[in-house]
Design a protein around this ligand. Structure first.
Ligand SMILES: Cc1cc2nc3c(=O)[nH]c(=O)nc-3n(C[C@H](O)[C@H](O)[C@H](O)COP(=O)(O)OP(=O)(O)OC[C@H]3O[C@@H](n4cnc5c(N)ncnc54)[C@H](O)[C@@H]3O)c2cc1C
Length: 421
């Protein structure tokens, strides 16, 4: 059988896998259950605006994701790189100057507003030690790793970064994965610690142009087409949908971790994998969009927020030309109080004198990411069956559930499949 690969799941991992295979000359059919591509990073239309299911932010260190986006948008205007600055008025400000790494961070820490000198020195020594220490943090949590750091440093820096990067509370979060992110962001080039904002909605940023290119390479993209069952034999893979069956030489399963076990064939080859996936736990992320008068503009495109449920405020007027539109993001959003939107709006009013919003819309993604806990077993892209591959933000890799994990896994899974041909 000539290689003809089914990719199941049109999130960023599935799109990256399908694109890599299609560009390598393999015939690909991409199945996506939803009407729109993008999965947990997709465009949604609310109040006539192209919004995202959740405001996302990238790091300069997300090399695979940034390279893919830049390739799909050769005009170079899809992303906005901001040198690392965390501003949480009136309490805290850290801005890293354009110096070679890690001096930019050292200078940023020492010049930070809102920390005592001994706190700044403790933070600088701690990050230096973490970047140098190559040992495995094993079962350690972020809270345990940072327990000797001053309270203010943990609250304003390490624990805040942990919640936004791992979407897992520091008491439960994997110290090793946290250090991996710190090392990639601060242990390489200065630009790796940039905060990168999209200038397009998440669909237009990657999944939609990827699908166009897949089709241009002769592939097929089937949206609103859920795969209902898989049958895997030594000779082929049969993919069932509501409209019929099709045979393929291989399949890349690029569904979210919570959907994998339900899709795996019920054969001995997949029992261990299904068991692993059933052990995963999940964390929500909530986004509150507030449309103010279009004249409203925050002094910065992005603010850190304290003393309330939201961690970040984004001015979509500056990034997406959606004047007066602010997105407030609440990570690790389990057990939120009933009035969390009121509290989050109050946090915003601590940094800007805004009138009443014209409209408010909230989106709560209940299973936004898996909880990135110590010792989490993350399966390889190769499975026990040579015709079945995995892609997704949960597969083996150094990063937590992020766009970078998703795109890396997609490209790696496609490379493993190509190697097996
Ligand atoms: C609100 C929110 C905010 C986030 N913020 C950030 C951030 O700021 N930075 C960052 O890097 N990451 C962030 N993330 C995480 C990031 O979005 C995910 O890690 C990434 O999108 C996962 O991509 P994926 O392709 O692995 O999985 P998914 O996006 O879950 O893709 C799986 C796809 O499979 C489809 N599917 C499932 N079952 C079937 C089936 N039977 N047949 C066909 N299709 C099927 C689904 O519909 C889905 O489209 C955030 C996530 C959320 C939800």
């Amino acid at each position: 059988m000539n290689p003809h690969v089914a990719v199941v799941g049109g999130g960023w991992a599935g799109c990256a896998a399908a694109l890599t295979l299609a560009e390598a000359g393999v015939t690909v059919t991409l199945y996506e259950a939803a009407r729109t591509l993008g999965g947990r990073a997709r465009a949604v239309e609310l109040e006539g605006e192209a919004l995202d299911n959740g405001q996302h932010i990238l790091l300069g260190a997300y090399a695979q994701t940034l390279a893919l986006i830049e390739r799909l948008h050769p005009t170079g205007d899809a992303l906005w790189r901001l040198p690392l600055a965390l501003e949480q008025p009136p309490e805290f400000r850290l801005a890293c100057p354009r110096l070679p790494a890690p001096w930019h961070l050292v200078a940023g820490l020492l010049g930070a507003r809102g920390l005592r000198w001994q706190d700044k020195l403790a933070a600088a020594r701690w990050i230096d030690a973490q970047l140098r220490d190559r040992s495995d943090r094993g079962g350690l949590s972020v809270a345990a790793l940072t327990r000797d750091q001053p309270d203010a440093v943990n609250r304003l820096l390490w624990h805040a970064l942990c919640v936004s990067a791992l979407n897992t509370p520091p008491e439960q979060a994997s110290a090793q994965v946290f250090v991996n992110v710190l090392r990639d962001a601060f242990g390489g080039r200065r630009a790796d610690s940039d905060l990168v904002l999209a200038r397009r909605d998440l669909g237009t940023l990657l999944p939609v142009p990827a699908a166009t290119r897949i089709a241009g390479c002769g592939g097929t993209v089937r949206q609103a087409c859920r795969v209902t069952a898989l049958d895997v034999s030594d000779a082929a893979v049969r993919v069932a949908t509501r409209t019929g069956n099709a045979a393929f030489s291989h399949v890349v399963l690029a569904v979210a971790p919570q959907h994998l076990a339900g899709l795996l064939p019920r054969t001995a080859a997949f029992t261990a994998l299904a068991g692993t996936m059933q052990g995963y736990r999940y964390q929500p992320i909530a986004t509150l969009y507030l449309q103010f008068d279009p004249a409203l503009r925050l002094a910065q495109p992005l603010y850190a927020l304290g003393n309330g449920p939201a961690q970040f405020a984004f001015d979509r007027g500056q990034s997406h030309k959606q004047s007066g539109l602010v997105a407030l993001v609440v990570s690790t959003a389990s057990g939120l109080p009933a009035d969390w939107t009121v509290q989050a709006e109050r946090q915003l009013r601590g940094i800007v004198d805004a009138g009443p919003p014209r409209w408010r819309r909230r989106i709560v993604e209940k299973q936004a990411t898996y909880a990135c806990v110590p010792g989490l077993v993350r399966p390889s892209s190769r499975t026990a069956h040579p015709r079945v591959f995995l892609a997704g933000d949960y597969t083996e890799g150094p990063y937590p559930a992020t766009l970078e994990s998703a795109t890396r896994s997609g490209v790696q899974s496609a490379a493993a499949l190509l190697e097996s041909l």
